[in-house]
Design a protein around this ligand. Structure first.
Ligand code: HEM
Length: 416
């Protein structure tokens, strides 16, 4: 029996049921795929039969959680990258178009635009393809352990477009690429990102545990992300996938923080750290007001001893995860936390310079392709999004579109 109330192990004596689950589950949910380039193709099925045929045709290319973990392990040992990482997810409109029962969730059934009021969204700012509720599915293709692999992902995208053929039209396409400062991934404002994640693999928890946690238990039960997959067998699981295209006005963020710094006679870095709640290098503001360097920023902290003097109560990370109660709890006691798998983007998609994105002189727009997996959209993503209403970052971010999807089990894809 799989224990859904604990992290899952894949290497150290997993049970047969655990391996069966990982083999049928899509990758990127329990652990990020870790690739440096991503393409998202948003599809509208040509009809029910074409949609079903297409999903079944793509299913064999989809990377399972188990394959992803093996590929990452091989890469670590041999420095050889495995096959591309591929994922296929269906929107509520996709399930309807295929004539299949939706995974139960009122938020999912409404779609992201249907939840605009709850999310504080104004779809007038959205790119047209996302407004029309005509995105049935998204195909995620990711490659590259090297930032130079952009050419490869482009040719791969072309191959997948051929494979899709006339069974669906590609109504939108997004390109993401990792932004790095040294060994750390950063988002377009320049802050280290992806530091605080619920860990659902026992091997990841053990790695974190080499530095004993005293304020924050990073271990989460797999039920944090997984729910039953309606089209798969009895053991099949999937996850709700949130996609949001968040455009960031980097120029305005830089100017505003510089101006505020001058007014308050402090540094721009200090202002930014107070807005985000972590310094550029990821140092949690609540543990140290002096940045501690890029070497493994801590995630073992709480705000118990900080009424807002070090880390303001409306700092982004504090609003998103107040760590107020149950920081060290096991099990399902912290239901609002969820995994984020976002990736920066820039349009046009030219390689970032040493200082990050190219800036307004290059007329380049930049932002985050925000991606996340949830077992309960209302309790997780939507609740955190609502908690982020007072976030000062919001004034520098414009939502350009988004949709809710479900990542079915691989057997569930074969069965549509
Ligand atoms: C463009 C918009 C955004 C930017 C620039 C941004 C940036 C960041 C940064 C720099 C961190 C710190 C790194 C880390 O703790 O992993 C962070 C953490 C986080 N963000 Fe965002 N974020 C954005 C949007 C969002 C949205 C829309 C949500 C959810 C609705 C969200 C939820 C979180 C969560 C849950 C954390 C981790 C907090 C923790 O556990 O301590 N972020 N974000």
């Amino acid at each position: 029996m799989v224990n859904f109330n604990a992290p899952i192990s894949w290497k150290h004596s997993p049970g047969f049921d655990d391996l069966e689950l990982l083999d049928d589950l899509q990758g990127n949910i329990l652990k990020g795929h870790g690739r440096k380039h991503v393409r998202l193709l948003f599809l509208q099925f040509a009809g029910q039969n074409q949609g079903r045929a297409l999903v079944r045709r793509l299913a064999p290319f989809v990377t399972s959680a188990f394959e992803q973990l093996q590929d990452a392990d091989t890469l670590k040992r041999t420095k050889r990258e495995g096959p591309p990482f591929v994922s296929l997810m269906l929107s509520p409109w996709g399930y309807q178009a295929l004539g299949r029962a939706l995974p139960p969730s009122n938020s999912f059934a409404a779609g992201m635009k249907g939840q605009a009021a709850a999310l504080g969204d104004n779809p007038n700012t959205w790119d047209p393809p996302y407004v029309a509720n005509n995105v049935d599915a998204v195909l995620l293709i990711a490659v590259g352990n090297d930032t130079a692999d952009a050419g490869f992902v482009t040719s791969l995208e072309a191959s997948y477009r051929l494979l899709i053929g006339g069974d669906a039209s590609v109504v939108a396409a997004e390109r993401g690429r990792v932004l790095e400062r040294g060994a750390v991934s950063v988002e377009p404002f320049g802050y280290a990102d992806g530091l605080s994640q619920p860990l659902m693999l026992q091997e990841d928890v053990d790695a974190f545990g080499s530095r004993p946690a005293s304020n924050w238990n990073p271990a989460f039960p797999i039920s944090n992300a997984l729910v039953r997959c309606p089209t798969g067998g009895p053991a099949a699981h999937g996850s709700f996938f949130v996609f949001r295209k968040l455009e960031q006005d980097v120029d305005r963020f830089d100017k505003s923080t510089t101006m505020a710094a001058a007014l308050l006679a402090t540094s721009r870095e200090e202002i930014g750290a107070r807005i985000v709640g972590r310094a550029l290098d990821g140092t949690p503001r609540t543990t140290s007001v002096t940045p501690r360097g890029y070497d493994r920023p801590s995630n073992d902290f709480s705000y118990a001893a900080d009424a807002g003097v070090r880390c303001p109560v409306n700092a982004h990370v504090r609003l998103a995860n107040p760590r107020a109660l149950n920081g060290l709890a096991q099990g399902v006691a912290r239901p609002q936390n969820f995994v984020r798998r976002g990736m920066p983007y820039a349009e046009p998609d030219t390689p970032p310079g040493p200082g990050g994105y190219q800036g307004p002189a290059a007329k380049q727009k930049a932002g985050l392709l925000f991606m996340a997996y949830n077992s309960d959209l209302a309790v997780q993503f939507e609740a955190v999004q609502a908690a982020l209403a007072p976030d000062l970052l919001n004034q520098f971010v414009t939502v350009r579109g988004g949709e809710y999807f479900f990542a079915p089990s691989i057997s569930g894809l074969h069965n549509v």
